[in-house]
Design a protein around this ligand. Structure first.
Ligand code: ACO
Length: 403
């Protein structure tokens, strides 16, 4: 039996908070969420306004610098990001080292970590200029590297960045252009992709962002910190839920089977949950889900997909659940993942790429949070405590006397 009080006699106040549900690890001025109201603000600006009127690179500037850019600042920022879109040619060899059937998240995690070996100057994080260059490099190179992970995954040759295209349009071009065939990016789809990036850009201290901050608190190379965030995001409880939501809609298969699945979700003896429903913070409609639903309709409309059976199922399921006392009482509303899978699939991405797209967009949030932490003089190396429940102190037993 362990005498816990003697083990913790020197610690002053000690809290035990599994999952950090009620412990703030930092102060931050970047993103605000009001889960009861269903509000999400980047630097004070509502996500709805940023998604409707702005573009992703403008949101990147806002998250990094704290203010929306003027026209000159925006042009300069876009030019600087565009300058960094290429990756070192030698990086290609990293891709060919992966098995052809490797998951694109495994490839992204490895190759982003490898960037730290190409940019030793970024190791000096005490230099504000180096911090900014590292930030621009990551925002610029992630689309190139995500597209390369996709191309390698599907066995097609890499497509180099086209700097005459916008951020999202260039990404679609790198993913879907193939040699010997003309490919023209559809501006409506590029706009939808850009909006999806805005919606995923930051979400305060979630698991992957906290991972980036914790890794960065030791002074580690920023590319390695982002690779740590990508690893954390990969889990099905975090970035993988959109894939699960799409699979669930396929499993339901038709509108008349919805009541059966709703009943299963309410049955406490059945582990099944409605994927894309509920959120740790939002106890109201996830504001990103509304925008994602609108974007989904726009994408399907543009592609001339009049009847997508999965969208019909999703909309009917939402209607039934929002009128069911179980979901109403527990405040379970659709989250961002509910409609994103249908949208990304319509854009042409396989489910294995869904989390990669999330990582691409979240990179700016991770960097903004990393930068805020590095620039905060009160921050110390992250070192969570533990509640030790193991053996008390005891003497070593020679091997021939052990039983
Ligand atoms: N379907 C059915 N019941 C649910 C659901 C759901 N999707 N979500 C929560 N509940 C129920 C739980 O069974 C629990 O019921 P109880 O009080 O009778 O035990 C109650 O609602 C509270 O659920 P918790 O799991 O305690 O809530 P928590 O805040 O820990 O979990 C989570 C939030 C993980 C998102 C949960 O709602 C869930 O599993 N949803 C489905 C997966 C999903 O969509 N994840 C994506 C989240 S968004 C993102 O990561 C970008």
């Amino acid at each position: 039996v362990v005498n816990i009080s003697s083990l913790y006699k020197d610690t002053g106040m000690f809290t035990y908070d599994p999952g950090f549900t009620s412990t703030a690890s930092c102060e931050s001025k970047i993103t605000y969420i009001d889960g009861d109201e269903g509000t999400l603000l980047y630097r004070g600006y509502p996500i709805e306004q940023l998604a409707d009127h702005g573009d992703f690179l403008e949101s990147c500037y806002l998250l990094l610098y704290g203010e929306l850019p003027t026209k000159t600042q925006k042009d300069d920022f876009v030019t600087r990001v565009t300058y960094h879109t290429m990756i070192h040619e030698q990086m290609n060899r990293f891709y060919s080292g992966f098995r052809r059937d490797a998951h694109p998240m495994a490839i992204l995690c490895g190759t982003v970590g490898a960037l730290s070996a190409f940019y030793h100057d970024s190791t000096d994080i005490s230099d504000p200029h180096q911090r900014m260059v590292a930030s621009l490099r990551m925002i610029a190179k992630l689309p190139t590297m995500a597209a390369m992970a996709y191309k390698y995954h599907v066995g097609q040759p890499f497509v180099y960045p086209r700097n005459d295209l916008g951020y999202a349009a260039n990404f679609l071009h790198m993913c879907f252009a193939v040699p010997c065939e003309e490919y023209k990016v559809n501006p409506v789809l590029a706009r939808a992709m850009d909006r999806i990036f805005i919606l995923h850009a930051d979400h305060e201290q979630n698991a992957s962002t906290s991972t980036v901050r914790l890794a960065g608190s030791s002074g580690a190379n920023p590319f390695a910190c982002i690779a740590a965030g990508i690893a954390c995001l990969w889990g099905p409880a975090h970035g993988g839920a959109n894939e699960a939501a799409l699979n669930m809609l396929s499993e339901i298969g038709s509108v008349d089977r919805i009541p059966e699945f709703v009943a299963r979700a309410k049955d406490k003896n059945d582990p099944f949950r409605l994927m894309g429903f509920g959120h740790r913070v939002y106890k109201n409609y996830d504001p990103r889900a509304k925008i994602m639903q609108k974007t989904c309709h726009e994408v399907l409309g543009e592609l001339g997909i009049k009847d997508d059976p999965l969208l019909d199922i999703a909309m009917e399921l939402e209607k039934i659940a929002l009128n069911d006392p179980y979901f109403v009482e527990k405040k379970l509303y659709p989250n961002i993942d509910f409609y994103s899978g249908i949208t990304l699939r319509a854009l042409g991405f396989p489910t294995t790429m869904f989390t990669v797209l999330f990582a691409l967009a979240r990179t700016v949030g991770w960097i903004a949070q990393w930068k805020e932490m590095v620039e905060d003089p009160s921050q110390r190396i992250g070192r969570p405590r533990q509640l030790y429940t193991g053996a008390s102190k005891r003497d070593y037993v020679p091997i021939d006397q052990r039983r």
